[in-house]
Design a protein around this ligand. Sequence first.
Ligand SMILES: Cc1cc2nc3c(=O)[nH]c(=O)nc-3n(C[C@H](O)[C@H](O)[C@H](O)COP(=O)(O)OP(=O)(O)OC[C@H]3O[C@@H](n4cnc5c(N)ncnc54)[C@H](O)[C@@H]3O)c2cc1C
Length: 492
Amino acid sequence: MSSVIVVGAGLAGLSAACHLVGRGHDVTVLEREAVPGGRAGRIERDGYAFDTGPTVLTMPELLAQAFAAAGADMDSLLTLRRLDPAYRAVFADGSVINVRAGRDAMAAEIRATSGPKDAAAFERFATWLARLYAVEMPSFIDRNFDSLTDLARPPGPGLTLLRMGAFGRLGNVVARTFDDERLHRLFTFQAMYAGLAPAQALAVYAVITYMDSIEGVWYPVGGIHAVPTALATAADKAGAQLRYGVDVNRILLASGSTGPVRGVRLRGGEVVAADAVVCTLDLPVAYDRLLPGLTPPRAARRGRFSPSAVVWHVGMRGQQSPDDVGHHNIHFGTEWDQAFRALMRSGTLMPDPSLLVSVPTVTEPSLAPPDGSVLYVLEPVPNLDGQIDWTAERPRMRERLHAHITRLGYGGDVVVEEMVDPLDWERQGMARGTPFALAHTFGQTGPFRPANTDRRAPGLVFAGSGTVPGVGVPMVLISGRLAADRVDEAAR
Ligand SMILES: Cc1cc2nc3c(=O)[nH]c(=O)nc-3n(C[C@H](O)[C@H](O)[C@H](O)COP(=O)(O)OP(=O)(O)OC[C@H]3O[C@@H](n4cnc5c(N)ncnc54)[C@H](O)[C@@H]3O)c2cc1C
């Protein structure tokens, strides 16, 4: 048993804490905010409650593993409902395809909207995706890498992926599979979650499509913020100490700027000693602020970061018609490849952007006062490496989003609102103003991504979206477990 400090009570830190405390370590979680959650935060105003970050929850079994690691039963702390449809996709011509829960229901939806040939193709595609996931998860996602050669150890999984065409372009694989172009968008837009344009992403990233379109999308009663709240309860009950409102301003190393970890220093001067520190700040920011003597890995300094997002939280008077609005609505613009070129190459706004509009009050009306609704409007935008002056753009963006959702049919008076732009993400401690970290280009994935250890500082371990395996709720939950494995290795 060793004493371990976890810096940050976001989902990565809480997952790490649950795994570490379950293995008998003496765990202290230090969080600067007053509540757990980090990016999975919550705003409450005038009777409206908003989730601030993730809205699409996938792979609940990974979450259950974190609870189980702390000896807790997820179902006793959290109620999850599977959403059906997972998404309602609305295309520029006004047509709608629902991403239904379950393969049979989805095949029936495709038969009705795109015809029997594409429905049969979906059956084959879903089987291919499931196999892709089964090969990738244990060999390339849910494991620590010590060197590049680990990629080929054992060689079987890599060869299987090669044979499956997983190193081709995702856009090409999907275009060859389906005739209906709407399905090309529906089954490739998830590349965006990894910071990639669908046409450029390798087909290996179709595992994200598998996670939401095949395994399904879930809603935790109370909103996504209920997830970190429940994880924090589990960690606390298992014996972890959680301290809120404490800002860590240095990770202490034996010889000043290098050497074994000794603990952390808080703003105000208090020193908390530990044998190991799991740091979950956005990795480039962690090096910059907490480890000023250590040069960050190359990707953290010069890598390609994912696009960012503007999120407009709106509390409306008036309900949205459940016949016309789903819990998650994706509104595809007419532009596609050109929109991604603007976003990722030119660093400009998408012409005719696609929007995610989540309306959690469709599932849980009590998130708003009676006769009210909560809208979460997300537009992908360039990160701060792009060309936008956000101080000037912000008010224009708000007006455009308002006009856009009104055109799309969302009605009601805006009662409360809050907009978050890339400058806000940067202020919250996210490098380049993106909450989606380093993009998952092949050269920034797996053993090429900044590692979760730094051999100059034994006992220092990273977790969260800037390290392995990467971005998104399922990945950062895994990163917490991988971090716990690293702590165990260091303690041996
Ligand atoms: C708008 C948005 C939409 C998203 N949508 C989805 C989605 O639909 N599905 C999905 O799977 N993922 C989504 N994500 C991504 C997902 O939310 C993140 O990958 C994940 O929540 C990151 O968790 P984390 O623990 O790594 O980081 P964080 O949540 O950022 O946790 C880091 C914690 O460290 C704390 N901290 C920072 N500095 C200090 C310090 N000096 N001292 C002490 N504590 C400190 C912070 O307060 C924070 O609590 C979305 C994210 C955003 C922002």
